[in-house]
Design a protein around this ligand. Structure first.
Ligand code: GUN
Length: 293
């Protein structure tokens, strides 16, 4: 059996198309959605991610501004910039790209962004709203994108056994919280597996849906997957590759070549979850702008 591919690029394009009308409506009321990116230091992956997000904003007609600060920037200097962006009328969303340099506390930074401009969904108020099932908050983009992929691919989550691999704040924890809630595209029975889980394979073998977000290259092997299961790959891992020009390549958390022969549906990587993170960021920004008027 060959799994059906869940085409994240096509679904993200569809969502961006759906947003164009909302952006046009805002503009007709004199509001141009604005998103501020903040990047500290020269992490190569962060440069690529912010670049892609800027491009997507431009395509949709969201005005973006990017603030690049040197690696040695102090926490106080970063908080001062966020304070300015919090009060800027033309800025509806603020995204501080993670990871931040070690001397800056991410939790303090994310808590300083106004919850109403927190299009990343990382502020404790928005995290709390997610836990409470309060839909007025912003949800983190990557797990929200996974849910949207499941819905638009016709995957039923109601009553499904879901295994989330990884318990990070950006994906694993919010992912689980979205899927066990009561409501649309939820109502699943969720197990979170992590580095101290005794028998990850046994948990995975039971799962109707596996969401791999632990950051270990090609961790999910074919013998861990129930035939016909849905496999969502959130991982982005750089590994050595002697045949590549720069000596490395990017792979996901799923051994795609072999798992696709067992799974019912699977996200390619790249081209699966990645484009959805950006689509959800655009959606959150448009909503932030709508709520500002
Ligand atoms: N780093 C990796 N993923 C994300 C994300 O979704 N938002 C931010 N701000 N940083 C990230």
């Amino acid at each position: 059996m060959q799994a059906n591919l869940i085409d994240g690029r096509a679904i993200a394009t569809q969502i961006q198309w759906e947003l164009t009308e909302r952006v046009a409506s805002l503009k007709s009321r004199g509001v141009t959605p604005g998103l501020a990116f903040v990047r500290v230091g020269e992490d190569p992956a962060s440069k690529v991610y912010v670049g892609r997000k800027e491009k997507a904003c431009a395509e949709l007609g969201i005005v973006s501004e990017t603030h690049v600060l040197p690696e040695k920037t102090s926490e106080a200097e970063l908080l001062a910039l966020i304070g300015k962006l919090n009060s800027a009328k033309n800025v509806h969303g603020i995204l501080v790209q993670a990871p931040l340099p070690k001397h800056i506390r991410e939790s303090v930074v994310f808590s300083t962004v106004l919850p109403t401009k927190d299009v990343d969904g990382f502020h404790p108020v928005n995290v709390g709203k997610l836990m409470l099932g309060d839909e007025t908050g912003f949800k983190p983009c990557t797990p929200a994108g996974v849910v949207e992929l499941l819905v638009r691919s016709g995957v039923k989550t109601e009553g499904a056994e879901v295994v989330v691999l990884g318990r990070g704040n950006i994906v694993g924890k919010p992912m689980a919280a979205m899927l066990y809630q009561k409501g649309r595209a939820a109502n699943a029975t969720v197990t979170i597996c992590h580095s101290a889980t005794r028998d990850i394979r046994a948990h995975c073998r039971r799962a109707d849906i596996i969401i791999a977000a632990m950051g270990v290259a090609e961790f999910v092997k074919a013998d861990m997957v129930k035939p016909g299961a849905v496999v969502m790959d959130v991982g982005v891992n750089r590994v050595p590759d002697a045949t590549a020009k720069n000596g490395t390549k990017l792979v996901g958390d799923v051994d795609f070549a072999n798992v696709q022969l067992i799974a019912g549906k699977i996200t390619p990587n790249p081209g699966g979850v990645g484009p959805m993170t950006i689509a959800m960021l655009l959606q959150n920004t448009v909503r932030a702008a709508e709520q500002s008027v």
